[in-house]
Design a protein around this ligand. Sequence first.
Ligand code: HEM
Ligand SMILES: *[C@@H]1O[C@H](CO)[C@@H](O)[C@H](O)[C@H]1NC(C)=O
Ligand SMILES: *[C@@H]1O[C@H](CO)[C@@H](O)[C@H](O)[C@H]1NC(C)=O
Ligand SMILES: *[C@@H]1O[C@H](CO)[C@@H](O)[C@H](O)[C@H]1NC(C)=O
Ligand SMILES: *[C@@H]1O[C@H](CO)[C@@H](O)[C@H](O)[C@H]1NC(C)=O
Ligand SMILES: *[C@@H]1O[C@H](CO)[C@@H](O)[C@H](O)[C@H]1NC(C)=O
Ligand SMILES: *[C@@H]1O[C@H](CO)[C@@H](O)[C@H](O)[C@H]1NC(C)=O
Ligand SMILES: *[C@@H]1O[C@H](CO)[C@@H](O)[C@H](O)[C@H]1NC(C)=O
Ligand SMILES: *[C@@H]1O[C@H](CO)[C@@H](O)[C@H](O)[C@H]1NC(C)=O
Length: 374
Amino acid sequence: MKFQNLATVVALIPYVLGFPHLANFPEYRSLAGLSPQEIRAVTRQFNSMPGAQPLPPPINDTSSKLINDADHPFMPLQPGDIRGPCPGLNTLASHGYINRTGVTTPGDIITAVQEGFNMGYQFASFLCYSAFVTDGNQLTNLMTIGANTTTDGQLATGINTHGNFEGDASLTRDDAYLGNNFNFNKTLFDVFDVAAKEVGNGVITFEAAALNRALRINDSIARNPEFAFETPRFLGGIAETGFFLAMFVNNQTVDNTMPLRIEDARSFFDFHRFPDGFYRRQGPFEFPLVKNVTYTLIDMIGRQPGNNNGVNNYVVNPEDPATFCYFYQKQVNATASLYPNPTPELGAAIKANLVTYYNTLEDPTCEQYFPYGQ
Ligand code: HEM
Ligand SMILES: *[C@@H]1O[C@H](CO)[C@@H](O)[C@H](O)[C@H]1NC(C)=O
Ligand SMILES: *[C@@H]1O[C@H](CO)[C@@H](O)[C@H](O)[C@H]1NC(C)=O
Ligand SMILES: *[C@@H]1O[C@H](CO)[C@@H](O)[C@H](O)[C@H]1NC(C)=O
Ligand SMILES: *[C@@H]1O[C@H](CO)[C@@H](O)[C@H](O)[C@H]1NC(C)=O
Ligand SMILES: *[C@@H]1O[C@H](CO)[C@@H](O)[C@H](O)[C@H]1NC(C)=O
Ligand SMILES: *[C@@H]1O[C@H](CO)[C@@H](O)[C@H](O)[C@H]1NC(C)=O
Ligand SMILES: *[C@@H]1O[C@H](CO)[C@@H](O)[C@H](O)[C@H]1NC(C)=O
Ligand SMILES: *[C@@H]1O[C@H](CO)[C@@H](O)[C@H](O)[C@H]1NC(C)=O
């Protein structure tokens, strides 16, 4: 009883200290932009703060196997469950490969994307940390696969936070400038149909996917005056077309040549559900393959990284090399500007996570960045 009273008093301290707007701060929300005083106030409310964690071990069996199985049934959303802009992570959550609430850890995401989709260990770690360092909570080691949510009066964004990792010209989500950047939009999804009919005999072949990618970019150029498409978004946006070809096709072959059916695409993008009898791809979708598919698509589409300066005025940035090393470096700089003044504990966690992030590149030619010192 006494303890409980003490806990109540402690929970009220942020109020007492003058940060009523931070009461009930969700443990999964990023600490970006908070002052050291605010960080100390909110962390008093957290249950556990493990800080930076090592990567989980890789899965060892990367053969194709049944994923939509009896142990992982689709379940509809419960009140409060969070889904977001990523159809891959949404589907894993709706089948219980990651916590069905949508609140999870980087380690659980890395294991789940390997298990459920055969995304390669190294690339999965790179991708997950790209989002975690900007959008996750590095003291609680939690992140959400996230939309905008309001818990106890606290607005929180997750991996949908615009401009951190989420960006423009998504395939089935609107640009943030134009509307909602995390919910499925059927009008945009129908562009798959257009492309499939035009060059794919009604299914999404590699050519149809490239056409769909180009059409979605052209739509943003035509309608979003603030269209932003430099690396990392440039590479991310194009890689995502590779993702659905490589990982949403039942029992996809190593060379990604089997096409995706429109109804299976809808199952993932809209319903967050594995098609019946879904087998994950044959062999991991790992860095060399990811790069091959991404740069092949870039060649087919014929677009370079850049930004709109008003609608229909796309300006290429010739300084942007569109490499994964540059992706990492830009993301580290973005992280440093999101957390200019961390507490010592938060600074230590960010520093350790940035080292983990660099190591996922496995590219000794890439200059490592140390915005918080070596
Ligand atoms: C490793 C962890 C992952 C993270 C952190 C992540 C994060 C994200 C984010 C933030 C977006 C939104 C980007 C945007 O459109 O602005 C996104 C989109 C997307 N992701 Fe993931 N993702 C992950 C794994 C996967 C996996 C395993 C797949 C496929 C099996 C996948 C497929 C996609 C696709 C197809 C899109 C594009 C959605 C659209 O444009 O409508 N992702 N992801
Ligand atoms: C994969 O094998 C290695 C080496 O035997 C082991 O350390 C690791 O824990 C295994 N991974 C999993 C997920 O079991
Ligand atoms: C999912 O997260 C909720 C809330 O944090 C927790 O209560 C639950 O035990 C978790 N589920 C699993 C399967 O770990
Ligand atoms: C999500 O929240 C952000 C503020 O954190 C806000 O700028 C944005 O408009 C919101 N988006 C939607 C679709 O509600
Ligand atoms: C879907 O996207 C279209 C095109 O951007 C937009 O006009 C429409 O309002 C969006 N629909 C919803 C429900 O947000
Ligand atoms: C996209 O726009 C460019 C420039 O207007 C045009 O050359 C290209 O054909 C368009 N792509 C598609 C697939 O319509
Ligand atoms: C997956 O495809 C391979 C050939 O690419 C085939 O041998 C195997 O039987 C297929 N598995 C299933 C479950 O369809
Ligand atoms: C991608 O892989 C294909 C074979 O699957 C190969 O022909 C091609 O040269 C590779 N392209 C790049 C850019 O590595
Ligand atoms: C990252 O920031 C540093 C320091 O401001 C700057 O020198 C460097 O050019 C930036 N790197 C990139 C890739 O923008």
